[in-house]
Every structure is written in C-alpha cells, then in structure tokens.
Design a protein around this ligand. Structure first.
Ligand code: NDP
Length: 329
C-alpha cells in the first residue's frame, strides 16, 4: 500500500480530494513503475485537484501532471531499477494517474532520464512550468533572440512559468522586464534577475492604437488575453513572443498590424506533446543554464495533504514561484 492524493466525484458531480492508501494493483498498466520522490503544483494541477476543468475524464483520479523519482521496475529495456527519471506532459495527471502518489506506473516513452547535474528535487523545482519556460527561451533563441537585443518581457512573472523564465533569461545575460499584479513581489522578481517591474494594470488594458513604441526584444507570455494583444503592439521590429499560457484569458483581442507592419512572430509553445529529443535538449539546457541558486530562491515545500488548498490557491494566482511536493512526507 502507498499514499496518494485521490480525487473522487459524487453523484451530484462534486469533487473532493484526500490522501488515501491505495494498493499497487490499483495503478494503471504501464511499462515502468517509478518510486515517486517529488511532484509539484502547476496551474493545470489546480484544475485537476478541483472540479477538473474538463481535463479529467474518470474518477477516482490521482492528479499530478509531473514527477521525478527512481525506477522501481521496468518491462522496457530503456529503463532499469535505480534510474533517475522525470516526467512532464502526455496528459499524465489528467487522463492517466499522475505524480501525487508514492508510486506511478507510466509508459516508458513518456519518461526522460534526469541529467546528472539535477537532483529529483531540483527537477520538480523546475517542473512542467520551468520545463516550458525553457522551451520558450529556446524558441525565442531559434528566432534570433540574443542578449543585447534589448529587454525581454515576462508576463505572469511571479508565477511558476514566469519565475523560471526570469531565472533562465537573467542567467543567460538578458535584461528582463517582469509584469506582475503583485507589487509586493518586486523584491522577489529582482532577486531572480528582473531589472524592470511593469505593473499588470499598466499593460492589461486594451488600447485603441494597435502599434505603440517598440519596447521589447522578446516576450515569454504566460497570461494571454488582452495583455498578450497589447504586448504584440509593443514588440521591437522582427521580434518574437512565445505564447505559453492563459492565466489572463483565452481570447486574443488583437490587430494583425504588429505582424504585417513590424514582422512580429507569435510562437505557440506546448509542453505536453513535445517529442523526446526536444525534451532531452530542454532538460540539458535547464541543467546548464538555470542557476540553481535562483531556482532555490523560488521554491516552497508542501506535502500531499497540503494539495487541496494549494490547488485552490494556484487557480486564484496566489502561489508564488514553484512549490515542491515531497510525496513521502
Ligand atoms: P501560475 O499560477 O504559477 O502563474 C500564473 C501567473 O499569471 C500568476 O502568478 C500571476 O502572476 C499571473 N496572473 C494570474 N491571473 C492573472 C490575470 N487575470 N491577469 C493577468 N495575470 C494574471 O501558473 P503557471 O506559471 O504554472 O502557468 C502559467 C500559465 O501557463 C497557465 O495558464 C498554464 O496553464 C500555462 N502553461 C502552459 C503550458 C504549455 O505547455 N503551454 C505548460 C505550463 C503552463 P503575477 O502575480 O506576477 O501577476
């Protein structure tokens, strides 16, 4: 028997989550059983711990869209007992039991061997949010972004994606401007490497002018909605925005003028279905380019029992940085 956070749905469709003992024979049939050490809390986890947001199809359900741990047994010859692995994406924690448990059984194709330089705890300090931040940085670089081009804007800055993006960009020598709705987070964002703080309300409203002064050499956007539309009109000629999130809404009330008059690129970033080779490349870049001191400055610790409350908090935008869940505590 082992501990898991199990979400149940009653006859009226109401969900409830509680730490529960389950047996190994209850695990889904995968190729690799992992002794999970750490998981974390992402925006999607908030949905899956709660009413599901349409992501969870079957109950009882074990959420946790990412985890890191050690292989316990494997029927796939790519993995052996003792191997350290990390998993993000593939809809694990949504349509497959996830990382909020002391054990997980998954498909070998979904796992990535953890780089030697990262502990399992560091891997979950990064988690899906941080892995996706690195995908954003890599996509912006592929479009020609370099330190010296000008400030890079990060929206949703005090959240998970934003915090790790700031840490990576500042570590690589970029000037970083951080958009936050939490003025009290300014010192934290500066500690991570932001040199400019932009108040959310200054950039969240739609303006009539589709083109404003050219301010940003690149952007990692975790917010979407009216903020993304506004940011497009403030990008420097020929620069790119990595659109990764929807914390501010799914609409995009934008004009085509930034695209056709300034050659702006809007790059869509998805972490869930990334091919294996890109995943390995991103984790290697994380191990090399995310300063661990910055990573450690953005984490707080939690246990499985804390998750029902943390799930609500992240949906309200109240979680700062990254939360590491020690599933064995
Ligand atoms: P967090 O909740 O940790 O961060 C989101 C941040 O956005 C908040 O901390 C807040 O930052 C800001 N924010 C929240 N609500 C609003 C609002 N109404 N208007 C403007 N800003 C707001 O979530 P994550 O960092 O884990 O994820 C960020 C987004 O990226 C989510 O939408 C998530 O679904 C998405 N995502 C997408 C992935 C992909 O593969 N494409 C992978 C991972 C995440 P502040 O307080 O500083 O303003």
């Amino acid at each position: 028997m082992f501990n898991a956070l199990v979400v149940n749905k009653d006859d009226e469709g109401k969900t409830s989550a509680a730490v529960t003992q389950i047996g190994e024979d209850g695990l889904p049939a995968g190729d690799v059983t992992v002794a999970v050490e750490y998981s974390t809390v992402n925006y999607k986890d908030g949905l899956c711990i709660g009413p599901g947001g349409g992501l969870v199809k079957d109950y009882p359900h074990v959420p946790g869209i990412d985890f890191a741990g050690t292989v316990e047994s494997s029927s796939d010859d790519r993995y052996s007992p003792g191997d350290r692995v990390v998993l993000t994406g593939w809809r694990v924690g949504e349509i497959w039991w996830g990382g909020y448990a002391q054990k997980a059984c998954v498909k070998a194709d979904w796992l990535v061997p953890l780089p030697d330089a990262l502990s399992t705890r560091d891997a979950m300090a990064v988690g899906t949010a941080g892995f996706t931040s690195m995908l954003c940085v890599m996509a912006l670089e592929a479009q020609g972004l370099q330190p010296g081009n000008g400030p890079v804007l990060v929206t949703g800055a005090a959240g998970g994606v934003g915090s790790v993006a700031i840490g990576i960009l500042a570590g690589l020598g970029y000037e970083v401007a951080a958009v936050t709705g939490r003025p009290e987070a300014a010192d934290y964002l500066k500690l991570l490497g932001a040199t400019q703080i932009v108040a959310r309300e200054d950039i969240n409203e739609t303006v009539k002018r589709p083109l404003e002064s050219e301010l940003w050499a690149g952007c990692v956007d975790a917010v979407g909605g009216p903020m993304l539309a506004r940011v497009l009109g403030q990008m420097k000629y020929g620069s790119s925005v990595a659109a990764v999130g929807l914390a501010g809404g799914v609409s995009l009330p934008a004009s085509v003028l930034p695209f056709i008059l300034r050659g702006i690129n809007l790059l869509g970033i998805d972490s869930v279905m990334q091919p294996f080779d890109n995943r390995v490349a991103a984790w290697e870049r994380i191990a090399k380019d995310l300063p661990l001191a910055k990573l450690h400055a953005m984490v707080s610790d939690a246990t499985l029992a804390d998750l029902p409350e943390l799930g609500k908090d992240i949906l309200k935008g109240l979680v700062r940085g990254r939360v590491i869940v020690d599933v064995n505590k």
